[in-house]
Design a protein around this ligand. Sequence first.
Ligand code: UT7
Length: 333
Amino acid sequence: MVNGLRRVKISGLGTYVPPNVLTNADLERMVDTTDEWILQRTGIRERHIVEPGTGTSDIAEPAVRQAMDEAGVGPDDIGFIVVGTTTPDTVFPSTACRLQARIGARRAWGYDLGAACSGFTYALTAGWSMVATGAVEHALVVGADVMSSIIDYTDRATCILFGDGAGAVVLSPAGSDEPAIIDFLHEIDGSGGDALCMPAGGSRMPASHETVEKRLHYVKQDGQTVFRFAVKKNEDLALRMLERNQLTGADLDLYCSHQANRRIIEATASRLGLGPGKFVVNLDKYGNTTAATIPLALADARAQGRLKKGNLVLLASVGAGFTAGAVLLRWSL
Ligand code: UT7
């Protein structure tokens, strides 16, 4: 990747989803949809949803504590906290600040990172750079979203897609013979901004009675435009990433991408020549948890014995913005 920098590894992984489950059958009772349509078009069966009043830091904290336990680091060891999220507890202060206080990381600084579904891949790279340059010893990278707080449960086009969840990793310096993060490749294409957005609540359209009445504080999506971009861009980034590292799909042990739609994941997996054992699909259980999908997918793959120390893994994401990213690494846990 870049010469003269420290090698960086994932030293701990943690995840959390709230206990309440919203199934396709539940949604059939809420909007004009069917279990069959949702399953065929997306691959989603159920998603986890928080109790009202729960913030992103509430669900991120257990994931963070689990990751720190595995890494064997305490609050004072953390120098940097970056939280990929589209649903911060509050517009300000950041969820990174709230988490810093909750875990008592007295020596850390940090911020929230707004990259929607690419929140985890981007945050991982921000954390990598802090450890790689030696600016900090250990960085906490979080991907967490309470999507149910911005979903219109009267809109069948979007409410079936999303769920709530959190994931976190600790990044630490890697020894010369230890598996480590290898490369990253990120892009944005802001021309796609209106295809997936929350129109109101920002500086351009602050909250008012009118914005609430018009239901503008919810996710709006032109699904087909996003779908087409995601398929094309996932494939493009994956192939470029492999090529510039003199690799092919056959070298990968696991393709672990953002979980938005089973068809998007399978399209890229097929282009890379990956069989079913070589890519992760777990959105049937969680839906699209935005910044949390990749750590949740890594944790499931690990629990199933499909992700082992030394494995070559390609992470990939496409999200609102448009944002797109890929991270190549050797699994270090
Ligand atoms: O993570 C961030 C990135 N997001 C994504 O990657 C999402 C990308 N997009 C998608 O995954 C897909 O576009 C969706 C799953 C959102 C939609 O699937 P689609 O195959 O593109 O369906 P569509 O929007 O073209 O809709 C097809 C039909 C329409 O009816 P008509 O016009 O053909 O009569 C929709 O009104 O399906 C209808 N429809 C539904 N029917 C039953 C839309 N939502 C539903 C629903 N239940 N929930």
